[in-house]
Design a protein around this ligand. Structure first.
Ligand SMILES: [Zn+2]
Length: 266
């Protein structure tokens, strides 16, 4: 019997980027990056989220928001929040027992505060970033609930992956249904979820689009610089290649919605 009863996808805000600003020798093209959120229903653990998308507060005209939105204009409304979209499906914020936090960027943690009953799962390295949170790591401290620290589960990945040689992981519930990986590069300790029953890896911002995997040598300096470590970014792209070679379908957080829906719903 399968443990993952449901895996659904929500677009919780979008931002605009330009292909020619990310890669050299590419034609001008506007790219819309959705902030993807996943809802997982586990047979025993109930409803869980992978990230929470943007907060609608990001549209308020504060200095910080204007500076944040300047390079990548954002589209976001109250109705786009993950809690509003769940409510429309009859799922209350109190029904979410666990939120896997991939990393601490604003488009992933926007609505943490809405989930007052949830425990938050982070990798050990991501927790270190939370403790330090320098500006370059783009951590908006006011996005965290006041009792965030009390509701944290910090994971130490002590098991050996059966999919990728030399990679550590953790079978979080001990039933083989949700395997956590930590892929550095974009952000330290970025939490990725392998769902073997579905043959899917949720890979946050390991890449902004899976299709970018073969042109990373053409990436411009600024997008390289905004990664936590570009060498680690390249190494994590190799890990994704190992997953793909093993027949696992990789979904990154800012993937084209049409591709995500094709993978999830066929
Ligand atoms: Zn990010």
């Amino acid at each position: 019997m399968s443990s993952i009863r449901r895996l659904d996808y929500f677009v919780c805000g979008t931002c605009i980027n330009h292909q020619q600003m990310i890669f050299k020798k590419e034609p001008a093209k506007e790219l819309i990056f959705p902030a993807g959120v996943y809802l997982i229903e586990h047979a025993e653990k109930g409803y869980m989220l992978y990230d929470t998308g943007y907060a609608s507060e990001v549209m308020r005209p504060t200095l910080r928001n204007l500076a944040y939105r300047l390079p990548n204009p954002i589209q976001m409304t109250e109705a786009d929040t993950i809690d509003a979209q769940l409510r429309a499906q009859g799922i209350g914020t109190e029904d979410i027992g666990i939120v896997f936090v991939s990393h601490l960027h604003p488009d992933h943690i926007g609505r943490l505060k809405a989930f007052t009953k949830a425990q938050f799962i982070l990798t050990k390295d991501c927790y270190q970033t939370y403790l330090k949170s320098r500006f370059r790591e783009l951590v908006f401290r006011d996005y965290f609930p006041d009792d965030f620290a009390e509701r944290l589960i910090i994971l130490d990945l002590t098991q050996k992956s059966e999919v990728v040689e030399g990679q550590n992981c953790l079978d979080v519930f001990g039933d083989g249904s949700v395997i956590v990986y930590s892929l550095d590069g974009h952000a330290r300790g970025q939490l990725c979820l392998h769902l073997p029953e579905r043959g899917i890896l949720l890979a946050a911002d390991t890449l902004w689009r899976l299709a970018f995997i073969n042109k990373l040598d053409k990436m411009r300096l600024i997008p390289r610089f905004i990664q936590q470590s570009y060498p680690a970014y390249l190494a994590s792209a190799q890990v994704l290649k190992s997953f793909l070679a093993a027949g696992v379908r990789v979904l990154v957080s800012h993937e084209e919605p049409a591709r995500v829906r094709e993978v999830l719903y066929g």
